[in-house]
Design a protein around this ligand. Sequence first.
Ligand SMILES: Cc1cc2nc3c(=O)[nH]c(=O)nc-3n(C[C@H](O)[C@H](O)[C@H](O)COP(=O)(O)OP(=O)(O)OC[C@H]3O[C@@H](n4cnc5c(N)ncnc54)[C@H](O)[C@@H]3O)c2cc1C
Length: 85
Amino acid sequence: MESKAKLDLDQNWDAIIIGSGFGGLALAIRLLSKGLNVLIVEKNSFIGGRARKFTIGEYDFDAGPTVLTGTHLIDDLFKTHAKII
Ligand SMILES: Cc1cc2nc3c(=O)[nH]c(=O)nc-3n(C[C@H](O)[C@H](O)[C@H](O)COP(=O)(O)OP(=O)(O)OC[C@H]3O[C@@H](n4cnc5c(N)ncnc54)[C@H](O)[C@@H]3O)c2cc1C
């Protein structure tokens, strides 16, 4: 699906992150928690990268993580108290 979003480069971004997978989202949370102005650019029409499922017929398939093994990393991210708008 083609995105209709227009990239706002007039704004003073402190960081522009390419990709909204776990990596991009985690980095954004950490930078936001430091008060930085962050833009995430994603080529797909949805966020999450490989953390999604797709359906063929009556079957659902995981495209990536089924079980999160590093839950302490997610706990750590939630402790940053980043304000996400
Ligand atoms: C089949 C499979 C099973 C897995 N199972 C597990 C599991 O059970 N447990 C576990 O912990 N991990 C699992 N993983 C690993 C986990 O999915 C990855 O480590 C994690 O999702 C990677 O996140 P990422 O942000 O690095 O990359 P990605 O999730 O790949 O995100 C990258 C993002 O960048 C975007 N992007 C790329 N290029 C551009 C561009 N030029 N412009 C704009 N956007 C762009 C992509 O569209 C995507 O959204 C699995 C992976 C696979 C493939």
